[in-house]
Ligand binder design. Structure first.
Ligand code: GDP
Ligand code: ZN
Length: 380
């Protein structure tokens, strides 16, 4: 069950410009739970001291009727505030600048991709997979390498140069050593960043360091279900003390490369750079062995581009054959980097579950329903 960063959708929302009326109550949806939306107000308001910053809101029936979903990150207009009860109703969702569907987040500016420079060893193939996936969202990519305390200055410089050649300018930090955090904060200020990266690289440690009051979050999402919870599929925005928002998403170890073969090159800055300077002879060049290709050449990740391309093509062929690659085949990278397309196990329903797995299944269903409620998909 991996939550992926997916392509942003095109602007599918009904056009609605932010209202010009200065007295309008507007804010950002920080979290969604059941049919409740935690909204951070753009301007703290109300008669209390200090003024109220957040309202717990419902969605106007009118929005439900037109099928207008409210996502984490949405800019909204609120009506009928009840300052005493800290409640309100979302009356309008402004058009989204960007939209990710997995995790579901509106208006994010960049992906904050976190890796460790050591422990676990920084693997260029895995890093590139995450980078390609992050690039495929169309958002900016901020690459952060943690655990710099574990390597020598020479090793850091070597990685810095290497990543620079890939087209990135990584921020190197050590959460443990409290090093480089100011540099990172400077890149997050006043932006909405979505944290991504494999497990074990220090994402939780980093988020705790950036947002010291993070424990408050459990209080905010506890509610209907009667306990503080932070499920793996739950998405929530946290405010950075210096300004800006951070979305914490579950880690995933092997993000799928689910783009089209012809798109892949755009997700390598090295290719983008080459294509901005020259053109390939064929407009649909895949940069393999076509004549007069502007991309093919002596750059470090070119072989990796070819490897990913094969994977993307294999996936595309599976889709063309079956209409659904997920149900029949699984694309795997073998130990030596070779691509293997293997049949996938049939779905659970064809296997007779044992009593134990029946119980586990049931538990899974309960969790899924809870998560659905959390994600605000279920109308209760
Ligand atoms: P996550 O799985 O990405 O959320 O990673 P965690 O935050 O759980 O951290 C994984 C491990 O790395 C923990 O044992 C942390 O104490 C350790 N860790 C985190 N940051 C640093 C760092 O800057 N330096 C070192 N040496 N270890 C770190
Ligand atoms: Zn080419």
């Amino acid at each position: 069950m991996s939550a992926d960063l997916n392509q942003p959708l095109s602007a599918s929302e009904p056009p609605s410009a932010p209202v010009s009326d200065e007295s309008a109550l507007t804010g950002t949806v920080l979290a969604v739970q059941a049919n409740f939306y935690f909204v951070q107000l753009d301007q703290p308001q109300g008669d209390s001291d200090p003024p109220i910053e957040q309202l717990l809101c419902t969605r106007r029936t009118r929005l439900k009727k037109i099928g207008q979903q409210v996502m984490v990150g949405d800019q909204v207009r609120i009506e009928e505030p009840d300052w005493e009860g800290k409640r309100g109703a979302i009356a309008e969702v402004f058009s989204r600048q960007t939209e990710l569907d997995r995790p579901p987040i509106a208006n994010a500016d960049q992906i904050l991709l976190v890796f460790a420079i050591a422990e676990p060893t920084l693997d260029p193939v895995q890093l590139s997979r995450f980078l390609v996936k992050a690039e495929s969202t169309g958002l900016g990519v901020c690459l952060c390498l943690n655990k710099k305390d574990l390597v020598s200055e020479a090793e850091r410089a070597e990685w810095g140069d290497r990543l620079h050649d890939w087209g990135y300018d990584p921020v190197m930090i050590s959460v443990r050593g409290n090093l480089g955090l100011l540099d990172l904060e400077a890149r997050l200020i006043d932006r909405m960043s979505v944290v991504s990266g494999p497990s074990g690289v220090g994402k939780s440690s980093l988020i705790n360091a950036l947002i010291p009051a993070i424990d408050l979050r459990v209080g905010r999402v506890s509610g209907k279900l009667g306990r503080g919870r932070h499920t793996t599929r739950h998405v929530e925005l946290f405010q950075l003390p210096g300004g800006g928002l951070l979305a914490d998403t579950p880690g995933f170890n092997q993000p799928d490369l689910d783009c089209l073969p012809g798109e892949l090159a755009q997700f390598f800055p090295e290719c983008r750079q080459r294509l901005s300077e020259a053109r390939c002879q064929f407009s649909d060049c895949l940069h393999r062995d076509e004549p007069n290709c502007a991309v093919r050449g002596d750059w470090e990740r070119y072989d990796l581009y070819l490897m990913f391309l094969e994977e993307v093509i294999a996936r595309q062929e599976a889709i063309d054959r079956t209409g659904d690659p997920e149900s029949t085949t699984k694309v795997k990278i073998g130990g030596e980097g070779q691509i293997e397309v293997e049949p996938k196990l049939q779905t659970k329903k064809y296997r007779r579950p044992s009593r134990r797995t029946e119980k586990q299944l049931l538990r899974g269903i309960v969790q899924d329903v809870e998560t659905l409620i959390d994600d605000g998909d279920a109308e209760v």
